[in-house]
Design a protein around this ligand. Structure first.
Ligand SMILES: Cc1cc2nc3c(=O)[nH]c(=O)nc-3n(C[C@H](O)[C@H](O)[C@H](O)COP(=O)(O)OP(=O)(O)OC[C@H]3O[C@@H](n4cnc5c(N)ncnc54)[C@H](O)[C@@H]3O)c2cc1C
Length: 501
C-alpha cells in the first residue's frame, strides 16, 4: 500500500472557485490536510456570477448549509429556470425549467405521449405539463415537496445570489475549518527541474516561498499555474461560440423579483437580468466583431428598468477549455480551467463538478497518471457537452435579421451535437450521459422552445389506450394548476422565509 499521502494543498486564488474548493476540501479532510489559500485583495475577483444551477444546493447542503441560510446570507432569490426572449424569433419566448415534463410510463418518456396527442390534433403546449414552468410563469414559488406522489415534488430550483457574498460565506466556512488565508500576490511559480512539478510559489513581501504537494489553480482568467508556469495549452471554441465580450452593471430593483433569469437576445449578443433581493444584476454578452464596446454598453443601458447602482464593468474572454485541467501536480478549477459564456450559468456548476472529481480521485504525492487521465477525460466531456448545449441555443434560431444569427444558424456544429440533434429529430430520442450537466428534460426544453420536433414518436405509445392517455394528461394539467394556485408569490416567499438581515 502506498504511504505517501498528500499533506499540503496550496490554492492560488480566492474567487468563488478558490473558496468553494477550500470549503469542500477542509470539510472532507479536516485538519489532516494543511490547506493554504493565497489571494490578492489588490487584484480582487471577477465579481460576477450571480445565477446558478440546481446542483449548487447539493453542494452547500454537503457543507451543512440550508437553502434559507444561503439565500439569507447572499441576498439571494429563487431560480426556477431561464426565460429566453427573442432567441428563436423576435417577439418569441420560451422557458428552460429545472424539472421534468409530465411522467414517464412503463419506460416511455412523457414527450412521446405528448407528440402522439399533438399529431391527433391536441394543441396543449408541452409547458402545461411542467410544474417548474407553470410556477415561473405565474411568479409563484415554494420549495418542492419531499413526498414523491405529490404534484409539488416534480421540479427543482437554483439560486440567484450576490457572488461576493457567496464567496464570503465559503471563505468563513473554510477558515473556520482551519484553512490558512494569505493575502499576497504570487510573483513566481517555482518548478522542480527534475520532473517539472510545481515545488512552490513565491509571494511578494514574503521571504520564504510557499511549498505544497498539490496546487489548485483558481487564479481566474490569468491561469497563473496551469498555463503561466506549466504551459498546458488551451482549446479555442470561438468558431462555434462567437461572443467574446461582456459588459455588466448593477441596478436598483423595480417591482417584485421574478423566480427566474431573463435572457434577451439582441442583434450582436444577449442580455441577462438577474433579480436579487436588494438589486438586479444586468449584463450584455456580445460578439465584438459585430458591435463596438460603446454600442454594446448603450444597448444594455437602454434595456434596464431601474436606476444604475454601479459603474459598467467590461470583460473579454476566449471561449474554450484548458487542454488538461489536471497537469502534473496542478489542478485548475474555475476560470483558470476554461470559459463558456454565462448563458446557462454553468461556470459555478463546473466548479462543483471539478470538486466532485477531486474528491473521487484525490491522489497521493506520486500523482498517479491514471487519476490524472480520468479527471481530464471527464472534464473534457463535461465541458464539451455544456459547449454543445450552449451552441444549440444559437444554432436553433430562426432569426435572419443580423450577421451573428445568420452565422450561428448556418454554421457547421460539432459532431456530438449533430449526432444528438439527429437522434431527436429522427426518433425523439434524448441522450443521457453520465458526465453531463444538462439532463434530457433540458434538451427537450430547448428543442420544443425552438420548434424542433421529431419525425416519429416512440412506437410503444401505440400499445397504450389513447382515451386513457388523453384523460391522464388532462388530469395532470389540472393537478399542476390546482397545486400552483394556492402558493405564495415568489416575493412573498422570500419575505417570509429568507429575507436578508
Ligand atoms: C461576464 C461574466 C458573467 C458570469 N456570470 C456567471 C453566472 O451567472 N453564473 C456562473 O456560474 N458563473 C458566471 N460567471 C463565471 C463566474 O464569475 C466564475 O466562474 C466564478 O466567479 C469563479 O471565478 P474564479 O474564482 O475562477 O476567478 P476570479 O473570481 O477571477 O478569482 C481569481 C482569484 O485569483 C486571485 N489572483 C489572480 N492573480 C493572482 C496573483 N498573482 N496572486 C495572488 N492571487 C491572484 C485573485 O485575487 C482572485 O482571488 C460569469 C463570468 C463572467 C466573465
Amino acid at each position: 500500500m502506498s504511504n505517501n499521502p498528500v499533506e499540503s494543498v496550496v490554492i492560488v486564488g480566492g474567487g468563488t472557485a478558490g473558496w468553494m474548493v477550500a470549503a469542500s476540501l477542509s470539510n472532507l479532510f479536516g485538519k489532516r490536510l494543511k490547506i493554504t489559500l493565497v489571494e490578492s485583495s489588490e487584484i480582487g475577483t471577477v465579481g460576477v456570477g450571480e445565477a446558478t444551477n440546481a446542483t449548487i444546493r447539493r453542494f452547500y447542503g454537503r457543507l451543512g448549509m440550508t437553502d434559507f441560510d444561503v439565500l439569507r446570507a447572499t441576498q439571494g432569490t429563487c431560480k426556477l429556470g431561464i426565460r429566453f426572449d427573442n432567441w428563436h424569433q423576435k417577439g418569441h419566448s420560451y422557458f428552460h425549467p429545472f424539472g421534468v415534463y409530465g411522467q414517464e410510463v412503463r419506460q416511455v418518456q412523457f414527450h412521446h405521449f405528448w407528440l402522439k396527442m399533438r399529431e391527433m390534433g391536441d394543441q396543449t403546449p408541452l409547458d402545461d405539463y411542467c410544474l417548474g414552468t407553470t410556477l415561473a410563469m405565474h411568479d409563484k414559488f415554494t420549495t418542492p415537496s419531499p413526498n414523491p406522489p405529490s404534484s409539488l415534488s416534480v421540479f427543482d430550483w437554483a439560486l440567484h445570489f450576490d457572488a461576493t457574498l457567496f464567496g464570503h460565506l465559503m471563505r468563513d466556512f473554510a477558515i473556520d475549518k482551519g484553512v490558512r488565508r494569505v493575502d499576497a500576490k504570487v510573483s513566481n511559480v517555482n518548478l522542480n527541474p527534475d520532473n517539472g512539478f510545481i515545488d512552490s510559489v513565491t509571494l511578494e513581501g514574503h521571504d520564504a516561498p510557499l511549498a505544497g504537494d498539490l496546487f489548485i489553480d483558481c487564479s481566474g482568467f490569468k491561469a497563473l499555474l496551469i498555463e503561466g508556469a506549466l504551459k498546458t495549452g488551451y482549446e479555442d471554441w470561438s468558431q462555434w461560440l462567437p461572443t467574446d465580450s461582456a459588459v455588466a452593471v448593477q441596478s436598483e430593483s423595480v417591482g417584485e423579483p421574478h423566480p427566474y433569469t431573463v435572457s434577451t437576445a439582441h442583434e450582436a449578443g444577449w442580455q441577462w437580468n438577474i433579480p436579487l433581493q436588494h438589486r438586479q444584476g444586468n449584463g450584455h454578452v456580445y460578439c465584438s466583431e459585430y458591435i463596438s464596446d460603446d454600442e454594446a454598453t448603450e444597448v444594455l443601458m437602454r434595456n434596464i428598468d431601474g436606476p444604475l447602482s454601479s459603474d459598467p464593468k467590461m470583460f473579454r474572454f476566449v471561449p474554450g477549455r484548458r487542454k488538461k485541467a489536471w497537469n502534473k501536480n496542478c489542478i485548475s478549477v474555475g476560470l483558470a480551467s476554461g470559459f463558456l459564456e454565462p448563458l446557462e450559468s454553468t461556470a459555478i456548476a463546473l466548479v462543483e463538478t471539478a470538486i466532485e472529481k477531486i474528491r473521487l480521485l484525490f491522489p497521493d504525492k506520486s500523482m498517479p497518471q491514471g487519476c490524472i487521465d480520468e479527471f481530464n477525460d471527464m472534464t473534457r466531456l463535461e465541458y464539451e457537452r455544456v459547449r454543445d448545449f450552449i451552441i444549440l441555443h444559437y444554432h436553433a434560431t430562426a432569426r435572419t435579421d443580423a450577421p451573428l444569427w445568420n452565422h450561428c444558424r448556418t454554421m457547421e456544429i460539432p459532431e456530438p451535437l449533430a449526432h444528438k440533434m439527429k437522434l431527436f429529430k429522427q426518433r425523439g430520442h434524448l441522450v443521457k450521459y453520465r458526465w453531463e450537466i444538462f439532463q434530457p428534460a433540458s434538451w427537450l426544453a430547448l428543442y420544443s422552445g425552438n420548434n424542433i420536433y421529431p419525425e416519429m414518436y416512440d412506437p410503444r405509445v401505440d400499445t397504450f389506450d389513447m382515451n386513457y392517455v388523453r384523460k391522464s394528461l388532462a388530469e395532470m394539467k389540472k393537478s399542476l394548476q390546482s397545486a400552483m394556485e394556492p402558493l405564495p408569490s415568489h416575493g412573498e416567499f422570500i419575505r417570509k422565509n429568507c429575507y436578508y438581515r
